[in-house]
Design a protein around this ligand. Structure first.
Ligand code: ATP
Length: 462
């Protein structure tokens, strides 16, 4: 089972402290969201898993953390100033502002307003998605020389550091550079909770290679990411691949495959249930060339007269110098978090016939691994023993102590936030030095001695 729709996750998130509407006490801010105590843990677990898999478990990828605000020229030469647009239309009837490329068409191929169904729309005009800002104390908003942008993707920070990383890490092709960080896009139609927001977080990796190896490595990353996503708990039935058509491909890309997730299971038309979770692109040698000082156009003019660096690679084995191709898997932390929560969502009926929510997160994803609960909070010895167990377990796994309700309520709360195990300390524990361990998914209970508790939990969590 997974969540029937995104709304279910919105209300669970608010109720339990995963995600809140941002600026709520001032009426909110469009589609901005804040991550609460459990949301920040879940997001961190996703990022840690990605970093471990991409950077630590391989021997050919380095990490990087580049600036959000860069020299404006980065975005000039990357092409973002010229081409990072969405086609914007307004509905003349209901005044809604829409993204033309996302609209349904009528029988004559005319775009239809998704709000009121009208085809009375304005001509489409390009709208640049980059957030503008000015840098420096003396600058005015009109001062072009102070103009800067918040990065709309983390990838360019990697390309402009290609030579730095290459020279300091002494890498040979193929190798990659990975980065996690915030990106900003002034989206025309944000929405669907955290699926599309104006501020979001990306996990991007640029894998540099020889042109002839690029198609094979591209396919390896497509396969690899499907495996990684499944390791986060996403079921294969809710994942699919989408091969971008020639018309859809970005101008620099040779091939792009999107991994889609079933974000809209409630939609009758199966083909409309899917949307992009991530994209994996073969970006050719485009990026390193456009940021390099040497390449020339057909008339012999330098395509980049501002760059001071040549981002080419010298292959000592073949004595060749060239611009490497790059394979880019790019995925949003927020979209991943939404998919992980949707897929983990389960309902179960207890013996009283009440429906309970269980978030069946993998142990790696679970914000809290173990909750220690005293059966009687008015009994100091029980409380003391429970707190001691919490402290001891916390050294090796995220553990919380909770005595704010009856045991049934406490179990239900932990099930709903995906805590794999609850440890209950009762009157007998004081006698036999053992506690009850309750399994989130089966609700089965087992008596475990406190001496072996940590080892027991570690084993079951791994
Ligand atoms: P879309 O077509 O949905 O606008 P995109 O193809 O422009 O996405 P990319 O530029 O490939 O997206 O960005 C890589 C990843 O970053 C996306 O697959 C998604 O996971 C995430 N992402 C992009 N834009 C947003 C956004 N506005 N809000 C949340 N995540 C986003």
């Amino acid at each position: 089972m997974s969540a029937p729709n995104i709304e279910t996750i919105v209300s669970l998130s608010k109720r339990r402290g995963f995600v809140y509407p941002a600026s709520e006490i001032y009426g909110g801010l469009g589609s901005s969201w804040d991550y609460g105590p459990l949301g920040v843990e879940l997001a961190n677990n996703i990022k840690k898993s990605w970093w471990r898999w991409i950077v630590y478990e391989r021997d050919d990828i380095e990490g990087l953390d580049s600036s959000i605000i860069q020299n404006r020229l980065v975005w000039k030469y990357s092409g973002h100033e010229q081409t990072f647009h969405d086609p914007l239309v307004d509905c003349r009837d209901c005044k809604t502002r829409l993204r033309e490329d996302k609209l349904d068409r009528d029988a004559n191929g005319k775009p239809v307003c998704s709000n009121c169904g009208s085809t009375n729309l304005t001509e489409s005009r390009p709208f640049n998605l980059m957030f503008r800002t000015t840098v420096g104390a003396a600058s005015s908003d009109e001062d072009e020389s102070a103009l800067a942008y918040l990065r709309p993707e983390t990838a360019q920070g990697i390309f402009i550091n290609f030579a730095n990383v290459l020279n300091t890490s002494r890498r040979k092709l193929p190798f990659g550079i990975a980065q996690i960080g915030k990106a900003f896009r002034n989206e025309v139609t944000p929405g669907n909770f955290i699926f599309r927001t104006r501020e979001f977080e990306q996990m991007e990796m640029e894998y540099f290679c020889r042109a002839e190896d690029a198609p094979r490595l591209h396919q390896e990353w497509i396969d690899g990411f499907q495996g990684w996503l499944e390791s986060l708990g996403l079921s294969a039935a809710n994942l699919s691949l989408y091969e971008q058509t020639k018309e859809e491909l970005a101008h620099y890309a040779e091939r792009t495959v999107d991994i889609m997730y079933r974000y809209f299971p409630e939609r009758e038309d199966e083909s409309k249930q899917w949307d992009e979770l991530m994209g994996i692109a073969n970006r050719t040698d485009y990026d390193l060339r456009v940021h390099s000082k040497k390449p020339e156009d057909a008339e012999g003019k330098r395509i980049n007269p501002d760059s001071t660096e040549d981002l080419s690679y010298f292959d000592t084995a073949t004595n060749e110098r060239f611009y490497p191709y790059v394979i880019e898997p790019a995925i949003g932390v927020n979209r991943t978090l939404l998919a992980v929560m949707m897929d983990a969502y389960t309902e179960k009926t207890n013996e009283k016939g009440e429906t309970r929510v269980i978030l069946k997160l993998t142990p790696e994803m679970a914000p809290i691994k173990v909750a220690v609960l005293p059966l009687a909070k008015n009994k100091p010895e029980i409380v003391e023993m429970a707190k001691k167990i919490k402290k001891d377990l916390q050294r090796s796994m995220r553990t919380v102590y909770d005595d704010t309700g009856g045991i049934g309520k406490l179990y239900a709360r932990q099930d709903e936030i995906g805590t794999p195990f609850c440890v209950t300390v009762d009157h007998e524990s004081l006698e036999d030095n053992a506690v009850t361990v309750r399994d989130r998914d089966t609700w089965e209970q087992e008596r475990v001695g406190t001496d072996s508790l940590r080892e027991y939990l570690q084993k079951r969590l791994s």
